[in-house]
Design a protein around this ligand. Structure first.
Ligand code: FAD
Length: 501
């Protein structure tokens, strides 16, 4: 490994990954390094990726970005969760809301009390017990109130929907103000050292040679450096997550403006609906092994809420991950590092995590094999944890109306996921690994939403008389309903705080 201190950082690619990396590096590393970003207007960016999870609020906060300014610039809206339609069975509907479900009892999570009542048919749907699932049904939104700790109004969790192209532009302005230099043009050649294979420079179509000590591959699915040059290899997960195509199309907005992403399952995949301030983003993610593109496009175009605003765009992908994320002096960030389909809006989060992790392992004094190995191990685990959560949605279905769903329902799944399902199925237990992104309440809502009702519950929930448990559960439902009643609509909230011009 190289003991040489670094000076020059080169980011190849200017999509969401490239500009998030550039913005965070410019903030965290200051003027101590030269940071250049290369992007090609001719190639452009993938331009999808409009829904996020709450952690993005932390990324923006760390950069000192004002939330209202960000939403105005990206024509964004708020997202309290994801509504799943037709997933467990045709006609089913549930929401995976961010944040808490019920109250946290001292020793036992709320859901065990709810389970005791629900198992006897004496409780409403789980979605009635969280402000993040009840409010979106009424198109209501407000930010959590810091002065209302303990009340559901103090516990509202949110993420965003936004225009990915405008976010990249916004971050570009931020990064350039802090010294990042942008080079426009296509990289045509990558030059490696003869002895160690480290990347020494990239050569642009114009002939310009851009030398660097540390290269961040944000070139999207092309994976120009990590795969085309360093041959990292790819672990394919299509056998677990069979969707490999998407069609994206924006359409006109309709009222009400919902603070949630909707995912509607179809015969060989699912359709997303992402409401922004000025339009709705839509897409059909499907498996080409089970449906052809014309049928997939017809399904999507027939199910839009408003008039299409552009022709549909067809995209293909292969679910999986790079076998190595950091090799020698190159780290892959974004789609070059792997692809997990957008069912739970996790890709941008993985970019955020990669950038934060590179900074914590930053090779100020040169590259270190132990650091690189640890970076790779942590990133691999992160991809696998998210992968398992996504597979859960496909595996836990009762649908048998198409070959696709028969495949998903009966497929073998990773042992790590099977363990989680089995634990929950017996007594409603959910154990979260320390490093896991999705909280217990996320697993809970999806497992219950997909019709996995546990056989038992925690014995502590049986210690109280039934009438007391019922009153407790009912009280939570009423408090949530009352709090939602005082919230403004999502559209009113945006008009007041962050409407784009
Ligand atoms: P890109 O946007 O493809 O950027 C690649 C960059 O590299 C471009 O600037 C390009 O010009 C440049 N480049 C490539 N080759 C060269 C070259 N030779 N020379 C110079 N420059 C080059 N994520 C979410 O979090 N939420 C979602 O809702 C979501 N939905 C998605 C839906 C679909 C159908 C797909 C496919 C993805 C979705 N994603 C989502 C993922 C998300 O789009 C990406 O994670 C995000 O856009 C980052 O992409 P990127 O920057 O890695 O790649």
């Amino acid at each position: 490994m190289s003991p040489k201190p670094l000076r020059n950082i080169v980011i190849v690619g200017g999509g969401t990954a490239g500009w998030m990396t550039a913005a965070a590096f410019s903030k965290a590393l200051g003027q101590a390094y030269s940071i250049r970003l290369i992007e090609s207007d001719e190639i452009g960016i993938i331009g999808v990726g409009e829904a996020s999870i709450p952690n993005l609020t932390e990324f923006n906060r760390a950069l000192g970005i004002d939330e209202d300014e960000f939403l105005r610039a990206t024509r964004g809206s708020f997202k309290m969760g994801i509504e799943f339609v037709n997933w467990g069975a045709l006609g089913d509907r549930y929401t995976h809301g961010f944040g808490k479900v019920g109250q946290m009892a001292d020793t036992v999570p709320f859901h065990h009390f709810w389970l005791r009542m629900a198992q006897q048919g004496k409780a409403g749907p789980l979605g009635d017990y969280s402000i993040n699932t009840v409010a979106p049904r009424q198109a209501r939104f407000m930010r959590a109130r810091a002065d209302m700790a303990g009340s559901p109004l103090g516990e509202i969790a949110h993420a965003y929907h936004f225009d990915a192209g405008l976010y990249a532009k916004f971050l570009r302005g931020y990064a350039e103000q802090r010294g990042v230099r942008r080079l426009e043009g296509k990289v045509q050649q990558v030059l490696q050292g003869a002895e160690d294979g480290f990347i020494e420079a990239v050569v642009m179509e114009s002939g310009e040679r851009v030398e660097g000590d540390f290269f961040i591959d944000c070139s999207g699915m092309r994976a120009l450096l990590i795969e085309q040059t360093l041959k990292a290899g790819y672990e394919d997960w299509t056998h677990w997550l069979p969707c490999d195509r998407a069609i994206a199309v924006p359409c006109e907005s309709v009222s009400p403006l919902l603070p949630l992403t909707r995912s509607t399952a179809h015969a060989a995949g699912w359709q997303w609906r992402i409401p922004l301030q000025h339009r709705i983003g839509n897409g059909h993610v499907y498996s080409s092994a089970f449906m052809d593109k014309d049928e997939a496009e017809a399904i999507l175009m027939n199910k839009l809420d408003g008039k299409a605003l552009a022709p549909p765009r067809h995209l293909s992908f292969r679910t999986g991950r790079a076998r190595t994320f950091w090799d020698r002096n190159c780290v892959a960030v974004g789609l070059s590092s792997g692809f997990l389909e957008p069912l739970e809006s996790t890709s941008i989060h993985l970019i955020h995590m990669a950038v934060a992790r590179i900074l914590s392992f930053f090779p100020h004094a040169g590259f270190d094999a132990a650091d690189i190995a640890e970076y790779n191990a942590l990133t691999r685990l992160e991809f696998e944890r998210v992968r398992d959560f996504l597979i859960l949605h496909y595996k836990l279905t009762t649908r048998d109306d198409s070959a696709f769903w028969n495949h998903c329902r009966t497929m073998a799944i990773p042992e790590t996921l099977q363990r989680k399902i089995d634990l929950f199925a017996s007594n409603g237990r959910i154990y979260r690994y320390d490093d896991e992104l999705f909280a217990e309440t996320s697993w809970l809502q999806v497992m219950i939403g997909q019709r996995l009702m546990p056989r038992g519950h925690h014995p502590f929930a049986d210690l109280l008389p039934e009438a007391e448990v019922q009153a407790y559960v009912r009280n939570v439902e009423q408090v949530v309903a009352k709090c939602v009643g005082v919230m403004p609509t999502h559209a009113e909230f945006i008009a007041k705080h962050c409407a784009a011009d």
